[in-house]
Design a protein around this ligand. Structure first.
Ligand SMILES: NC(=O)c1ccc[n+]([C@@H]2O[C@H](COP(=O)([O-])OP(=O)(O)OC[C@H]3O[C@@H](n4cnc5c(N)ncnc54)[C@H](OP(=O)(O)O)[C@@H]3O)[C@@H](O)[C@H]2O)c1
Length: 359
């Protein structure tokens, strides 16, 4: 498909469909069937990653859309593989996706242990070999993107930026969104309905419900329209066909500007500065969390990027987004952003306040 001619309005995220222990899909066949349904309903843009369930999401896309050139697939290379051979990663994705060329290859996260120029060279090599068409970057700050664009000197076709953006995470509004607009790069919003802990909160918002009633829309459609109004292309996932149908119809009615401004105000995110020393790490983070700086330095859980890499990233290119905290009797507890927290502490120590959102 020629992406120059076709405008991407929304995309389908494939993290969930590849989950091995899924409540919604019992077999490979049912997952492939669902992906085909998603396509039949009008979705042509799919987001995936080599890292999603060890390539299983890519594999499913490869099975579902083997000979379908109308389907655009954007996959991602994991930062751990920038060190090894990027071409090898691309070849493995191509094999799983059943394709000769990847429409859009994205760097999943910056990796400060690897020279960006080297990454650019490898991507250019893959481009010259017709293994990739466009490039995308995920989880970046405006500063990082600006630098990457200058380094690549127009050699790569940088088509998309993909960051978290929803009613509760609006950091991109400060600089990145406008910068993308200026550079004519598509901005993709992942987790449009919030992180897994916030989905219910977004859908039960009184304000969103009110607007839905006025405009006879579903809450999901109000949220997706709001993102689109602010210049983002939402990438959503669902395991439910009626939710999917709702989502893809989101731009069929127009909400007036003053309502969008109302939402902008109602959901204004208050970012505060908190001393890391006041923050406790008590949440489980799926059982993998560090409670002191030595553990974070050693990175025994092999997080990629590691806290040390995040620290370098923060020093060079700003913190990606605020961490999320809950108020406790004695201070705060961390519930989202463990790597950013440890990266900050490793970069600036315990007595330098970090940006945070208190839930
Ligand atoms: N680049 C990155 O680093 C990165 C990071 C995270 C995610 N992503 C991409 O973004 C995609 C989506 O992100 P996400 O999974 O975090 O969030 P999301 O799309 O905001 O989805 C959250 C949940 O909302 C529910 N939902 C969807 N439509 C709904 C509707 N109309 N009504 C009620 N509930 C609805 C879905 O559950 P049901 O199944 O019950 O509908 C889904 O599990 C991922 O699959 C992945 O491709 C990229």
């Amino acid at each position: 498909m020629n992406l120059k001619k076709k405008k991407i309005k929304f995309g389908f995220g494939t993290y969930g469909i590849g989950e091995k222990k899924s409540r919604n899909f019992c077999s490979e066949k049912s997952r492939i069937y669902f992906l085909n349904k998603v396509y039949e309903e009008g979705v042509f843009f799919f987001d995936t990653a080599e890292d999603y369930h060890k390539g299983f999401s890519e594999y499913l896309l490869g099975k579902a859309f083997k000979k379908n050139d109308e389907v655009v697939i954007a996959t991602k290379i994991s930062p751990i593989n920038y060190k090894k051979n990027i071409l090898q990663s691309i070849n493995e994705s191509l094999r799983r996706l059943n394709r000769d060329r990847i429409d859009i290859i994205q760097l999943h996260w910056p990796n400060y242990n690897v020279d960006d120029l080297k990454i650019i060279e490898s991507l250019y090599e893959a481009f010259s070999m017709k293994k990739i068409k466009y490039v995308g970057l995920c989880n970046v700050t405006k500063k990082y993107l600006d630098r990457f664009l200058k380094l690549s000197m127009g050699k790569l076709k940088i088509k998309i930026i993909q960051n978290e953006y929803n009613l509760f995470e609006r950091s991109v509004e400060e600089k990145l969104l406008n910068f993308c607009k200026k550079k004519k790069i598509n901005f993709l919003a992942y987790s449009p309905f919030g992180s897994s802990k916030q989905v219910n909160k977004i859908f039960s918002s009184v304000h969103i419900k009110e607007i839905s009633e006025v405009f006879r829309l579903k809450p999901s459609q109000v949220i997706l329209q709001w993102l689109s109004y602010n210049g983002a292309i939402p990438i959503f996932q669902t395991s439910n066909l009626s939710n999917l149908k709702e989502n893809i119809m989101f731009d069929s009615r127009i909400i007036s500007t003053d309502f969008f401004e109302k939402i902008n105000k109602e959901f204004e995110v208050k970012v505060v500065k908190v001393l890391p020393i006041e923050i406790q790490i008590v949440e489980s983070f799926s059982g993998k969390f560090y409670t002191n700086i030595e553990q974070a330095k050693k990175n025994i859980y092999n997080f990629s990027p590691s806290p040390m890499e995040v620290a370098m990233e923060i020093k060079e290119n700003d913190i990606l987004k605020p961490i999320k905290l809950k108020k406790t009797r004695s201070g705060y507890s961390l519930y989202e952003g463990q790597l950013r927290y440890w990266g900050w502490v490793l970069a600036y120590g315990n007595n330098s306040p970090i940006e945070a959102i208190i839930e």
